[in-house]
Design a protein around this ligand. Structure first.
Ligand code: NAI
Ligand code: COI
Ligand code: MG
Length: 360
């Protein structure tokens, strides 16, 4: 199969981890007879530097024409003082909106050999398999107004949390559809004791659940959910939630897996190309040092193979290769807690590459 992939490396460790992930895609192509072609485009801070725009129109056009998009990360201190429309993060928010990527799937599981090394007790994290379904094009990250303003003669600011019925319906329906082919349980996470938008969310979740008699629905307040994720993550199957809540809960959930550098994601629309992206950011503190863990991005390519290209065997092969590489004992610095020596970003990929093809 021939597939065209747009690469959006972005800032900080973004280019480092995207480069590693394409090495794995190339090996999959070689072993399974696929041809993956890549075109790179600018987004985020690097796009601001080159084009004074965090999402240049050429980048968007290229993305729309491709079969799938692989994104690293955007942002960094260099651009932190920029006005809102010239921040790197604005480029990412805009492309998610432009491509209507309303559904962000963030699976949380744990590779075998990391179970005993987790900062959380072994019996809590063993066999974990949950899926966070984060709403990605609405809520607090997109509501208007979002600006500085004068409040009673004082400096103030406002951000707005809005959701339309149709936006809630489609993400809740997506969560139910995914739960139907997983563990049959949806946990809708909101703040319905305080927020009107959450009360609408909860009402609509109840309505949609009528369409799925084989899937159970429960509701949980987000503050409790943050605690329950660490206390007993095994109670969750599919957890669906608002944009900001999902952003925060998924970073937290990454520590069930062992590191923020491990969790992949797929940002999907009803049709059209999706963005496959690690959940982490540009990690300016380790950028350019060969310290970044490439596994979240490599696992994101597995999600690309599965969701964009329907290459289930190839996707499984990548996850197996990651498992085997970790079984061999090597760790990037984010996974090292004792005196063990860490390997570099590219050495971790080398180890994964050794096992690609072993489930053929
Ligand atoms: N999707 C995206 O492009 C995202 C971008 N950001 C941006 O990234 C910049 C930095 O934000 P932070 O809050 O520091 O979040 P971050 O996710 O970049 O980093 C948080 C911590 O995790 C570590 N880390 C992250 N990814 C890692 C990896 N692959 N391997 C090893 N360690 C890793 C970092 O070194 C840091 O200590 C900001 O400008 C922020 O806006 C943040 C989150 C998502
Ligand atoms: C706009 C992004 C920086 C938000 C984020 O942290 C994420 O998507 O994980
Ligand atoms: Mg985040």
């Amino acid at each position: 199969m021939k597939k065209s992939i747009t690469l959006l490396p972005g800032d900080g460790i973004g280019p480092e981890v995207v480069a590693e992930a394409t090495r794995v895609l190339d090996e999959i192509g070689k072993q399974y007879g696929h041809e993956f072609t890549y075109q790179s485009a600018a987004i985020g801070g690097t796009a601001i530097d080159q084009f004074n725009d965090p999402l240049p129109s050429d980048t968007l056009a290229l993305c729309k024409e491709s079969d799938a998009i692989l994104l690293g990360a955007v942002g960094g201190p260099k651009w932190d003082a920029n006005p809102a429309h010239l921040r790197p993060e604005k480029g990412l928010l805009r492309i998610r909106k432009e491509l209507q990527l309303f559904s962000n799937l963030r699976p949380v599981s744990i590779y075998n050999s990391l179970v005993s090394e987790s900062t959380i007790k072994e019996e809590v994290v063993r066999d974990i398999d949950l899926l966070i379904v984060r709403e990605l094009t609405g809520g607090l990250y997109f509501g208007e107004p979002s600006e500085r303003l004068d409040i009673d003669g004082e400096e103030g600011a406002v951000d707005t949390l809005t959701y339309k019925r149709s936006e809630i319906e489609r993400i809740i329906r997506m969560a139910f559809q995914l739960a139907e082919v997983r563990g049959g349980k949806v946990m809708s996470v909101d703040k319905a004791n305080v927020l009107e938008s959450s009360r609408l969310w909860r009402q609509i979740a109840n309505e949609i659940s009528e369409e799925f008699p084989n899937v159970s629905l429960e509701h949980m307040l987000v503050d409790n959910a943050a605690m329950q994720l660490i206390r007993n993550p095994r109670q969750f199957d599919v957890l669906v939630t608002e944009n900001l809540f999902g952003d925060i809960l998924s970073d937290e959930a990454s520590m069930i897996s062992g590191s923020l550098g491990l969790l992949p994601s797929a940002s999907l629309s009803a049709d059209g190309p999706g963005i496959y992206e690690p959940i982490h950011g540009s990690a300016p503190d380790i950028a350019g040092k060969g310290l970044a863990n490439p596994l979240a991005t490599i696992a994101s390519t597995a999600m690309m193979l599965k969701y964009a290209f329907h290459m289930e065997d190839e996707a499984r092969d990548i996850l197996n290769a990651i498992n085997k590489a970790l079984d061999s004992g090597i760790r990037t610095a984010d996974l090292v807690y004792g005196n063990q020596e860490a390997v570099s970003t590219s050495e971790m990929t080398d180890a994964v590459l050794q096992y690609i093809g072993s489930t053929k």
